[in-house]
Design a binder for this molecule. Sequence first.
Ligand SMILES: Nc1ncnc2c1ncn2[C@@H]1O[C@H](COP(=O)(O)OP(=O)(O)O)[C@@H](O)[C@H]1O
Ligand SMILES: [Mg+2]
Length: 282
Amino acid sequence: MRGYLITNAFMRGGSFETMRRLFMEAAEKAGITLISKTNADFIGGVRCDADFALFYDKDIRLAMRLEQKGIRVFNSADAIAVCDDKTLTHLALDKAGLPQPEYVLCPHSFPGVGFGDMSFLREAGGILGWPMVIKEGCGSFGQQVYLATDEAQAKTLLQAIGEKPVVFQRFIRECAGRDERLFVVGGEVIAAITRENRQGDFRANVENGGHPQKYEPTREECDLAVSACRALGLDFGGVDILPSRQGPLLCEVNSNAHFGGLKQVTGVNPADHIISHIRRSL
Ligand SMILES: Nc1ncnc2c1ncn2[C@@H]1O[C@H](COP(=O)(O)OP(=O)(O)O)[C@@H](O)[C@H]1O
Ligand SMILES: [Mg+2]
């Protein structure tokens, strides 16, 4: 069995290199030939010389090309696309009837056109209350997630974000700085952590100062994480859950979750599980 590991050509080093290394080591242990490529290595075209591609990148167009050549891509191009944009994730999870924080989608505009007087922000605030979470559709590591205390701040934030897909979310106050990450592979939760930001930031991402701890998720949380991955068509994924007073809510789902921190505190290596899952699936 021979496959490509595809990572991004321009995001290198740090946690990205750790992910690449963990997958290469896991494949070697399993006796699978894994060839490390970047998304820039296919400029000359895609040859049909691999059984699969382990696609740890967001280059959805390249993932589609690989699929068009008959290569099985993990996760699939469609699944990566839906997870890459939180606005689309919300819609897909809603379709499956799964619980998530109440949200309002920002109306679409065009580059350079702006959002007029942004009066829709008042309406969104009326529905969701203040402060309100604002998320760019595409973003990672908490870097494109904001908390707006009032309408004026929301306007400033939206102006700075520009005309991209954006979602407004109810701020789950009791979860500020605290969430859970469940890692799902092949329809099973293989490991979980809680993350707590003790520096006063509402974002619990490890990359943002969140402190990871091993966690034993409840049956309800496991079922929710597995259902979310099924609804999004993911072979594997990192599911962020907010343990709200009304029960677990899906915060977001990652098709390419980095798991260095999770591996360290749980002793579980998702790379081994992902490689086994690929072998089983083929
Ligand atoms: N609605 C919300 N209420 C409270 N905290 C939130 C909410 N949405 C996100 N967060 C916090 O912000 C972090 C980052 O948000 P998330 O949607 O997971 O984006 P990213 O893709 O950047 O990880 C979450 O891990 C969580 O701690
Ligand atoms: Mg997240």
